[in-house]
Structures are given as structure tokens and as C-alpha cells.
Design a protein around this ligand. Sequence first.
Ligand code: PMV
Length: 333
Amino acid sequence: MKKIDVVARILEKKAKDVAQKEQGLGYAPTNVAVCKYWGKRNEEINLPMTSSLSVALPNKGAGTHITWYDGVQDAITLNGETVDNKSGFAHRLIEFLDLFRETRQWCLRINITMNLPVGAGLASSACGFASLVLALNDLFSWQLSLRDLSILARLGSGSASRSMWTGFVEWVAGFQEDGMDSYGEPLPFTWPELNIGILSISDKPKPISSREAMQRTVNSSALYANWPRKVTQDLIILKQAMRSKNFPLFAGTAESNALSMHATMLSSWPPICYFLPETIAMMHKIWELRQNGLNVYFTEDAGPNLKLIFLEKDAKSINEVFPHIDIVKVFEV
Ligand code: PMV
């Protein structure tokens, strides 16, 4: 099954007799996984080995505005700056758009606005692809369901399948070979006191892409065999903790899940290490704070930055210890 076949299947479901518009708009929040997606069972159409679970950061994300462009290539801007079509960023985007056109019979002007650093492990590709898919749905008046749009976004970046909603979202791995049962699903839990704090350590692009890192982990890490078991267990515990609002159980499971994912990477060959010395120093700081009674935990993705997990009542103390932290109230409307 090729990406283009998945697109054809989904577009069979689009609304009939609706006119294309002059422009399309989409906004998608970024998401932070509390149970990580790490490893693909199908590299071509981004099918994960396991399910994963995230929480969206409603005010951090990507807005995409697209219009028809009378040129021979798409024209892309990111935060108002022209993007070179030879760059990796443009290449991924144009290749994705090619899935929706047989030849370059049409081109787009694509303006993306993002309020987070690109490629630094803050899920910029997740919100980027999700917002692009929403903008395409608007431009072509497809009127597809969010579930179908989640499948399309998944083809751009796996974690983008979870960026179609705010709140808690599970990306169900599915088992079909065509991936039609592998999409995001919003979960019926809210937790108004939940805060996530972004502790930026470096905004430099990551040394190795998550795609390559996942592939290397699956192929060479002896610890990877245990990862699906860990995920199955953590998903059960996380849902139980969300239901009963057991914060130490929830955030502790998220931290342990992230560290287990990084352990599988460290045991790959050649090793993959997204930690910087400052990342480790901050982890120790968090463990020390916790020993002293402050309920703060962390998670980390494919980059050196940490995302702190804590409750609203502790936000002031956290801000005092980490004055540069960017705090997001996850369920704020
Ligand atoms: O969707 P990708 O290919 O950018 O991979 C995301 C991987 C992690 O951020 C490390 C984990 C996750 O579930 O978001």
C-alpha cells in the first residue's frame, strides 16, 4: 500500500458537487505525548508499532493559509519568511502535496505561521501537517471527518494524527495493513488544573530525524522488544489516572514512559542521544524538587527540551524555579 492509495481511498469519501474555494485555512495545536509513539510497523504509510496518547497545547500550534498560485512550483512562507524550495522543510511539504495532484497541474501559495521552533522536538511537524490538511479540506470543500483528516495528516507525520483535536487524544495503532483503522481519537477526559511547561534548552534542529532514529531503534536496540509491553501497561495506567485524577500516577507514568523510550534509543547502535548536558541537569533538578515535596514531572521527545507536567496550584512555585518556562494551561478555552 502506497501513500497515494491511502489518499485515493479517503478522497472517495469527499462531499460531491461542492465548489473549490479561493483560499483554505487551517489551525492545529501541537501535542505532547504522555505515552510515546516510537517505532513504525510500516514506514511508507506511517503505521505505528503501538498506540500512543497525547495532550494538546491549545495555544501552541500552526496556522496554514493556502491560495492558488500561478507558478510552476509551490511558494512557501514560514512566519512571513520565504522558504527555499530546496530545503528539507519545503521538500517534505511539496512531496506531501504531490499526493493530492497527479502532476503539478496546480500550485499553491502556502503561508504557515508557527509559534514554536521548527524541528526541535516540539512537534512542529505534527501541528504543521495537521493544519495543512485542514486547510486543504477547506480549499477543496472535501468536508471530510476529523478521523479521515487524521489519517491524511498521519501520512505527513505520525504524531500529526493526534493534532486534529484539543485535550487528550489517543492514536489507536490499528491492525489493518492499509492503515484505515490507525487514527487519532479524542478521549472523554478533562483536567482543568493540568499545566504543561515548556523548558527550552536548545532550539537548534535535531541531530537525527525522528524517522531515522525510530528506524535505527527498531533495527538495533535489544531493549525495543520490551517497548510494546511497556506501552500497553502505561496506556492502561494513564487512563485510570486520568479517570481518577491521580496526578502522581499520571505524570509519573508519563515520565517513566519517556525515559523508557530514550533508553531504547540509547541502546541502539550507533547510539541515539537527544539529551544535552543541560537536559540531564534539569532532570536532576526536577527529581530534587520532587524529593522536596513539589509535584513536578517531565517528559521529553526527540530533542533536548523538557516539558514539565504539574498542576495549576504549583504553577507559581515552578515559575520561580524556572523563570523562562513557558506555561500552558492545557484545558483553557
Ligand atoms: O511524528 P514524528 O515522526 O515526528 O515522531 C514523533 C515522535 C515523538 O515525538 C518522540 C513521540 C510522540 O509520540 O510524539
